[in-house]
Every structure is written in structure tokens, then in C-alpha cells.
Design a protein around this ligand. Structure first.
Ligand SMILES: Cc1cc2nc3c(=O)[nH]c(=O)nc-3n(C[C@H](O)[C@H](O)[C@H](O)COP(=O)(O)OP(=O)(O)OC[C@H]3O[C@@H](n4cnc5c(N)ncnc54)[C@H](O)[C@@H]3O)c2cc1C
Length: 383
């Protein structure tokens, strides 16, 4: 591969992809590794789980992203270990790939806060297979309800309970927007429990720390993220994320950068949040450092704002101090998500599904599809 230095990027998510794109055409031979052969646009993952979008609408093939690149190559592989002294990464197949510079961008995974049995009885919301599992499960529950002879069960609609450990929803937003989100959800018929912690779960119920039991056959777990990486023995912050210095290098190493959810980047206001904008800005910053051979200025995160959708005509956004909610917030949310979605085809497909749903109030992808496991695909994707 052309280029005077070998750069290996592990993870083709928001951080790794931004870094690889910024290195496209640079004087470096770049190998991008990911256990999946696609980049996933996580902010719309819940719309796959709720039968509004198709998986291919929010996933972009990584190989296609670099098919014309003179120096960036994609390889599907799960990285199982790194030898920092020998400067090699090891893959699931036992291959060793050498590097001069390593960029680690492996993101995060579900955090059950040490209560692993919860994982067994709940469905996570971090990956495409999890979103597909949730879609299949909910649609199958509806089919079962249609067929049951129990008239109570047949007549009762879905009961949705949102359980939150903090004293309000959307803790990262201004309290006014959190209150708006809670009121809107209640108006939609959703029961909201704040200051409620889940103690345990089984196939038919969730038990809260208060002792209350909520009966449910569908338990969705989206309560926490923890970093996932195979960098054993590397320095870590209290959050367990890999400790980055001010130039985003793994503390104590000049040849390893850590970015995105996997990295703990300290700021005067605490660690940067696990969100896509910091990951993308970090990826571009690291690419600049690689291209110029050094970083002169420490990384600085430019916070352009945060937003969250609640439902039809209801979203909240905090853009540089300007707080939006309701229809205005919702339009801003729609625009930003279409803008950042990768691939023209994906944008058209998502807009078509949104339009269909908006005008016909119909979820277009109501399919229960279970794929047979494939041993080769399972071997590569160990995530
Ligand atoms: C459901 C959901 C909704 C979200 N909504 C928003 C939102 O609205 N706005 C927002 O800003 N953020 C949102 N986030 C957070 C956002 O997705 C993350 O902050 C962002 O993806 C972090 O980027 P990253 O590059 O660090 O990791 P990721 O984007 O997670 O990418 C990590 C990549 O590394 C790969 N990988 C992991 N381990 C290995 C390995 N061992 N070997 C090879 N490859 C590996 C993974 O396959 C993945 O492609 C959401 C997250 C989820 C799960």
C-alpha cells in the first residue's frame, strides 16, 4: 500500500470513519478494521427496531466508502488484542497486522452495571442485530396477542413503562426540556417512573429496587454504555474508558491515539460525553496530527449542541444556548439527522419511509425475519 507510514484504525464507527476519511489521499497507508462490514448510524437505530426503517437504510458499507481511495483499505476483522511494544494488532483469525501509528475507536457496548443476569432477560439497543431482535420480538408479541383466546390479553393494548434512575429524563439537557419530554411522553400514554432503579428481571417481569414488580414480556435495556476494547493493561480513567492525553494519545504512548466512546478525554467540565460529535471531531483532529506529524495544539471540542426526538412533532434541541422544542425542535432534529446520514441512497430511503409514515401513519417494515446463523459470519463478527 502507498504511503510512508502504516496507520491502522480499529473501528469504523463515527470516530474511526471520520479519521479514515480525513486520511483519504494522505501520504500514509491506512488499514481500517471493523468487525462489521458497515458503518452504523446509531441515532436512527430505534427506527429499525420499531419497523419504520430497514437496516440497510442506516448502515453504510465501509468497503464502498473507500473503493476509490488510493491509500485507505478496509478489512473486516475483529481485533482481539494489541501488542503495544511490538506494534501489532491481532485479529480473530490469528493474523498480526503491524503499524507505525494506531488509532483506537472501538466505541462502547451495553453496560449492565455488574448485574449480568439483566442481559439475559432484556434486549439491548446498540447493534443492528439487537434492533432486529427487538423488531421481531414486538411484532411476534402482537401476532401472539391476535391469536390468544384470553380475552383480557386480546383486548388490552400495549403498556409502555419508561424506567429512569435519575430524578428527571434527559439529564444532559436543560431541566425545562427534560420536563417537556416527560409531559409529552405521558400525553402519548407512556408511564414514566423517575428515581427508579431496576434490581432484577426475568422473562415476564422487572423488579424495581423499591420492590415494585412491573409485568412485561418485552424488556429493552438502554440504561448504560461502557467502553469495549481489547487493550488489556492500558491506562484507564475511573469510567474505564482508555485514558487520553490532551493530544488524544493513549497516556504514555506517542504512537497510539484513542478516540470516541472508547476514550476518556478530560475537559474542565468533566469527561467528554459518549456522543457522535466528539467522536467525529476527535477522528478529524487525529488525522490532522498524523498528516502533519505532530499536534501543536491540544484537542478542543466544539459543542454545537444536542438534540433528542420524542415522537411526532415533538423533539428537544439545545443549540448553543438556543432551546427548541415541539414542532420546531422536531424539524431541526429531522434536518440534522438526514444531513449527517451517510450515503445518498440512505437519505432518499429514510426520507421515503418518513414521508410514508407521516402521511399514512403506517410502519412500512413490519416483517418478522430470522436469519439462520452462518458460521463464517459468526467467526468474524465476535461482537
Ligand atoms: C441506539 C443509540 C442511539 C444513539 N443516538 C445518538 C444521538 O442521537 N446523538 C449522538 O450524538 N450520539 C448518539 N449515540 C451515541 C453514538 O452512537 C456514539 O457516541 C458514537 O457512535 C461513538 O462513536 P465511536 O466511533 O466511538 O464508536 P462507534 O460508532 O460505536 O464505532 C465503534 C466501531 O468499532 C467496531 N468495533 C468494536 N470493537 C471492535 C473490535 N474488537 N474489532 C474490530 N472492530 C470493533 C464496531 O463494530 C463499531 O463499528 C447513540 C448510540 C446508540 C447505541
Amino acid at each position: 500500500m502507498p504511503g510512508s507510514q502504516r496507520v491502522v484504525i480499529v473501528g469504523g464507527g463515527f470516530g474511526g470513519l471520520a479519521c479514515a476519511r480525513a486520511l483519504d489521499g494522505a501520504d500514509a497507508g491506512v488499514t481500517l478494521l471493523d468487525r462489521h462490514n458497515y458503518h452504523l448510524f446509531t441515532p436512527l437505530l430505534y427506527q429499525v427496531a420499531t419497523a419504520l426503517l430497514d437496516p440497510s437504510d442506516i448502515a453504510f458499507p465501509l468497503r464502498r466508502a473507500f473503493r476509490k481511495s488510493p491509500n485507505v483499505r478496509f478489512r473486516q476483522a475483529t481485533v482481539t488484542g494489541v501488542d503495544l511494544d511490538a506494534r501489532t494488532v491481532r485479529t480473530h483469525a490469528g493474523d498480526e497486522i503491524g503499524y507505525d501509528t494506531l488509532v483506537f475507536a472501538t466505541g462502547g457496548t451495553n453496560n449492565y452495571f455488574g448485574n449480568e443476569p439483566l442481559a439475559e432477560h432484556s434486549i439491548g439497543m446498540k447493534t443492528l442485530p439487537e434492533a432486529m431482535r427487538l423488531r421481531n420480538h414486538v411484532l411476534s408479541c402482537l401476532e401472539e396477542a391476535e391469536q390468544t383466546r384470553d380475552t383480557d390479553e386480546k383486548q388490552s393494548g400495549a403498556r409502555i413503562v419508561l424506567v429512569e434512575g435519575l430524578d428527571r429524563l434527559l439529564g444532559a439537557f436543560h431541566p425545562k426540556l427534560g420536563r417537556y419530554a416527560e409531559e409529552t411522553l405521558r400525553r402519548f400514554g407512556i408511564e414514566v417512573r423517575t428515581q427508579a432503579l431496576v434490581e432484577k428481571a426475568d422473562d415476564a417481569s422487572v423488579t424495581l429496587r423499591s420492590g415494585e414488580i412491573i409485568h412485561a414480556k418485552t424488556i429493552v435495556w438502554s440504561a448504560g454504555v461502557r467502553p469495549s476494547d481489547p487493550l488489556n493493561g492500558a491506562p484507564r480513567a475511573r469510567s474505564k474508558r482508555l485514558e487520553a492525553d490532551e493530544f488524544l494519545r493513549l497516556r504514555g504512548r506517542d504512537d497510539v491515539f484513542v478516540i470516541g466512546d472508547a476514550a476518556s478525554v478530560a475537559t474542565p467540565r468533566g469527561e467528554l460525553p459518549m456522543l457522535s460529535p466528539p467522536a467525529m471531531q476527535e477522528g478529524r483532529y487525529v488525522a490532522r496530527a498524523i498528516k502533519t506529524g505532530r499536534s501543536t495544539k491540544p484537542f478542543h471540542y466544539l459543542d454545537k449542541g444536542t438534540m433528542a426526538t420524542i415522537g411526532r412533532h415533538a423533539a428537544v434541541a439545545d443549540v448553543r444556548g438556543v432551546k427548541l422544542k415541539g414542532s420546531l425542535g422536531w424539524l431541526a432534529w429531522l434536518f440534522v439527522h438526514i444531513y449527517y446520514l451517510i450515503g445518498f441512497r440512505n437519505r432518499v430511503a429514510v426520507l421515503a419511509s418518513w414521508g410514508w409514515n407521516y402521511f399514512l401513519r403506517d410502519r412500512p417494515i413490519r416483517l418478522i425475519v430470522r436469519g439462520d446463523p452462518d458460521p463464517l459470519a459468526d467467526e468474524i463478527d465476535q461482537g
